[in-house]
Every structure is written in structure tokens, then in C-alpha cells.
Design a protein around this ligand. Structure first.
Ligand code: S3P
Length: 167
């Protein structure tokens, strides 16, 4: 089985759902943010402030290229990875890509003022502009779109049903 991959904007619930899916299917879990932090030995905020965003984006591309040749894992992507079109061929090769979207209001509630996410520093207007810019790019590459504005249980249920319909 190829991988099950979760994408979407910051705060959409990728990490939580990825854990639940890995548990449900008894598959290993890979979180691209965590993997980069582990390999670099520093936090994402530190990577952005010392080496800049582009350096981080290059690490993301190298990682998804590597993962596109693997199989059998649940992969949770950092929010910018599927928003970067140069990563789309690797994502297509990597497995079934699920987009989670909880809408802009919930997104703002969940991420505003989160210091561990460098891209929230620009404030509400910047987050809204980024969300609106990315939404069609995520949609263009996703195989399945899931509304993640409800409870964690509901999001899991919707995802399991959509995955069953896909096979
Ligand atoms: C980013 C999202 C973050 C992390 C980095 C950049 C983005 O991941 O990769 O701060 O560009 O949206 P989460 O979506 O897991 O917060």
C-alpha cells in the first residue's frame, strides 16, 4: 500500500488525524515538521530565524522527494509543503493525498499568536491572505477533501469513509 498523506493549512488538524489513522490502520507515522526538526537538531522557529524560510522549504522538498519512494506510512505534512507546486509531482507519487480544511474562522482561533509557527507572526490579515492564496493550490493536488471543522471523531469518521470509497 502506498502512503496516506495529510495536507492543509496550519491548525487544520493534520497531526491529530495522522495519529488516529496510524493507530486505526496500524501504520507508522511520519510528521515532516518533526522529521526536519530531528534531522536539523533545532526547532522550526530557529531554522527560519537562522537560515531563512527558503532553506526550510528546500529541506521540505528533499524530504518529500525521499518519502515519495517509500510506502506504508501515514505522513503528516507541514502546512507549506503541498502549497509549493514544485512538490506536487512527489506528492502524487507518494500516495493518497487528503486535504483537511476547517475554514478560516476556526483556523484563526486555532493558530493566532502561536509562537512556534513563524508564519503566524504577520497577524490576522496576513494569515487570511495566505489561507486564501493556498486553498486552490491545495485543492488542485488533493485526492480527497475533508471538512475538519467538527469534532476529532467526526473528522476521523469522514476520512475513513472517504478512504474506503477510494479503494
Ligand atoms: C508552515 C506550517 C508549519 C511548519 C512551518 C511552516 C506553513 O506546519 O511547517 O511553520 O508554511 O504553513 P503545521 O502546518 O504543522 O503547523
Amino acid at each position: 500500500m502506498k502512503n496516506i498523506i495529510l495536507c492543509g493549512f496550519m491548525g487544520c488538524g493534520k497531526t491529530t488525524l495522522a495519529k488516529a489513522l496510524a493507530n486505526e490502520y496500524n501504520m507508522p507515522l511520519i510528521d515532516t515538521d518533526e522529521e526536519i526538526v530531528k534531522r536539523e537538531g533545532r526547532t522550526i522557529a530557529e531554522i527560519f530565524s537562522s537560515d531563512g524560510e527558503q532553506y526550510f522549504r528546500d529541506l521540505e522538498t528533499a524530504l518529500i522527494k525521499e518519502l515519495s519512494e517509500s510506502e506504508g506510512a501515514v505522513i503528516s505534512l507541514g502546512g507549506g509543503l503541498a502549497a509549493n507546486e514544485r512538490n506536487h509531482p512527489y506528492l502524487k507519487q507518494a500516495g493518497a493525498l487528503i486535504l483537511l480544511d476547517c475554514g478560516i474562522e476556526q483556523t484563526l482561533n486555532r493558530i493566532t499568536g502561536d509562537g512556534s509557527r513563524p508564519l503566524t507572526a504577520g497577524g490576522v490579515d496576513d494569515i487570511i491572505a495566505r489561507y486564501n492564496f493556498r486553498k486552490p493550490i491545495y485543492e488542485s493536488v488533493a485526492d480527497i477533501v475533508i471538512d475538519s471543522s467538527g469534532s476529532k471523531k467526526r473528522t476521523l469518521q469522514l476520512t475513513l469513509t472517504a478512504l474506503e470509497e477510494m479503494v
